[in-house]
Design a protein around this ligand. Structure first.
Ligand code: FAD
Ligand code: SF4
Length: 520
């Protein structure tokens, strides 16, 4: 009977986490479980399931090698009739239900670090109560800011904005600071981070380091291919880091080969090139294989040693200590009510092609194909291709959210939900973003080569060659004009709408209605 049973969830694979504070291998033990429902409550892609399970099994082996007692529940390849159907049920099977003593190991106390999802936190609290065993939830030291820090920041503010949260964090931790001032005299080099590639393309790109699956990961791949055969995506190219050592090697590879061009091209898209200069570190960080302090320190060091320009280092660091911390704050500050927001009253179901990539729209086909192949798309593809299309078409935010949570290897709800619901769908009415990220096909044409291989014309809003993004863009502005007029940042776009010929707008709106009806 252990004194403390430390619960380690799939996105908490950090030996230095607060869960292990005071851990005594003589008296305490660890519990980890693979539970099918965690892969089916949203229809998770094969790469996402495989990454979580492979990283968990490697972490288990590491703890065992240290001599730590661990109760690890492996998912069987085929469904067992008596299999517990949820994380709570598996936990209760281990620790015993107070109603049916004396079954189970009955530890004196359960310990867990703050989970990354509201649903899981509630479920653990309820299970511990049912077992009659106290549950201690410890703060997650992985992040620079605590949930309480964010609540204090938000208190009394009418609006939340990244910039107001990001600057004090830079000051507090002395990141990219010189004599109390931001390095280079500017907090933000966003304007220098919007480059597109020349017409000839990006040229030779530094291929990111691959991590070939070892025997443990291959076992997981076989399991996922069998048990989750009907789930979307493929494992043919699975090469994600699954241990802390591999994650560190992935960071070093990024700092050396891609950070220098990250800033300039962070908003660019090139078809068939999924990685460009992006870091591919989100999943490793979100599973806690990698400490964001090491990531930020590495990027700052690369600048101080003269290996990368300040705008690249700042552009990257802003994502990690800015956006990543900010979205977590928004999530915990506004859940559970946040999840059901639908400020634009969107009502369409998610188009089926999001699960298959079977669409004529070249930009979407490219972003969706790589999502299904790798479980990855970079930020601008998520925001300005898949997200933009769903918002312009008027897809229900809850369905968009469930899709994003299912398909990406880095998807954990604290980071996925505010990005999807808030930043990309504007369903939170402006908490995350000061205006909807709405654009026509012309934006995608400017930032990528996708339109060159497409049967549609990005600048046309009506007619047989009209780009669906452009048709839906004008229709979106017209549908929401009354709401958007109150927003000064939308003035220019609404002025352009007013300039449009009335007859043309009638045609565009009819075409948009027909297109949307076809999607449903
Ligand atoms: C609709 C939508 C859904 C998203 N869902 C997720 C998700 O489930 N999980 C996730 O980690 N990120 C999510 N993001 C944010 C971002 O797209 C990914 O973090 C990024 O694409 C991961 O690739 P990378 O590691 O190569 O990132 P890079 O482009 O190299 O960026 C560096 C790091 O900055 C952080 N970062 C960058 N942008 C954001 C952001 N907006 N919010 C939080 N962190 C950020 C990530 O940790 C990332 O690894 C989403 C964005 C959108 C628009
Ligand atoms: S023309 Fe429109 S649909 Fe085709 S790639 Fe360009 S933006 Fe996408």
């Amino acid at each position: 009977m252990p004194r403390n049973l430390v619960l380690v969830l799939g996105d908490q694979l950090d030996r230095r986490s607060a869960a292990f504070d005071g851990f005594d291998p003589g008296h305490d033990s660890v519990w980890m479980a693979e539970v099918a429902q965690e892969s089916t409550h949203v229809w998770s892609s094969k790469p996402r399931i495989a990454l979580f399970l492979a990283a968990m099994r490697h972490f288990r082996d590491r703890l065992r090698a240290e001599g730590i007692a661990i109760d690890y529940r492996e998912l069987p390849v085929t469904v067992r009739p008596d299999e517990p159907d949820s994380l709570a049920a598996v936990l209760l099977e281990t620790i015993g239900d107070a109603a049916t003593p004396p079954r189970g190991m009955r530890p004196q106390r359960l310990i867990v670090v703050e989970p990354g999802e509201y649903r899981v936190r509630e479920l653990l609290v309820a299970a511990a109560k049912r077992a009659g065993i106290p549950l201690e939830i410890r703060p997650d030291r992985h992040f620079f800011a605590t949930v309480d820090d964010f609540a204090a920041h938000a208190r009394g503010r009418k609006q939340l904005r990244l910039e107001w949260f990001y600057r004090p964090l830079r000051e507090k931790f002395g990141i990219l600071m010189e004599d109390g001032e931001p390095a280079g005299g500017q907090w933000n080099f966003d304007a220098e981070n919007r480059g597109a590639f020349p017409r000839t393309g990006p040229g030779p790109l530094p291929a990111p380091r691959r991590f070939a699956p070892d025997a443990v990961t291959r076992g997981v791949i076989d399991l996922v291919n069998t048990r989750f055969a009907t789930h979307p995506g493929s494992l043919a190219t699975f090469d994600w880091p699954v241990t802390a050592e591999e994650a560190r090697a992935a960071l070093d590879d990024f700092l050396l080969h891609r950070l220098a061009s990250f800033g300039k091209y962070q908003d660019a898209i090139w078809t068939g090139e999924p990685w460009l200069y992006h870091s591919r570190l989100s999943a490793a960080m979100n599973l806690k294989l990698l400490d964001p302090r090491d990531v930020v320190a590495g990027a700052e060091r690369a600048w101080r040693e003269g290996n990368v320009a300040l705008e690249s280092a700042e552009g990257f660091i802003r994502q990690v200590i800015g956006w990543r911390e900010y979205v977590r704050g928004v999530y915990w500050h506004l859940m559970p009510e946040y999840e059901s927001r639908n400020a634009l009253g969107a009502s369409l179901p998610l188009p089926a092609f999001y699960w298959t990539a079977a669409t004529e729209m070249n930009c979407l086909r490219d972003a969706l194909s790589q999502t299904l192949t790798h479980g990855y798309a970079h930020h601008i593809q998520r925001l300005m291709v898949t997200g933009l299309f769903a918002m312009l078409a008027g897809v229900r935010p809850e369905e968009v959210h469930r899709w994003y949570l299912a398909v990406y290897v880095d998807a954990v709800e604290w980071v996925e939900l505010p990005n999807t619901l808030g930043m990309s769908q504007f369903a939170d009415g402006g908490v995350m973003a000061s205006k909807p990220y709405c654009a026509s096909g012309a934006y995608i044409e400017r930032m990528s080569n996708a339109c060159r291989g497409c049967r549609f014309e990005p600048k046309k809003g009506s007619g047989p060659e009209a780009c669906p993004f452009t048709t839906l863009y004008w229709d979106f502005l017209a549908r929401h004009a009354a709401l958007l007029k109150a927003n000064p940042r939308m003035t220019m776009q609404l002025k352009n709408l007013d300039r449009k010929d009335a007859a043309e707008m009638r045609t565009i709106r009819r075409q948009a209605d027909e297109f949307r009806a076809g999607l449903g």
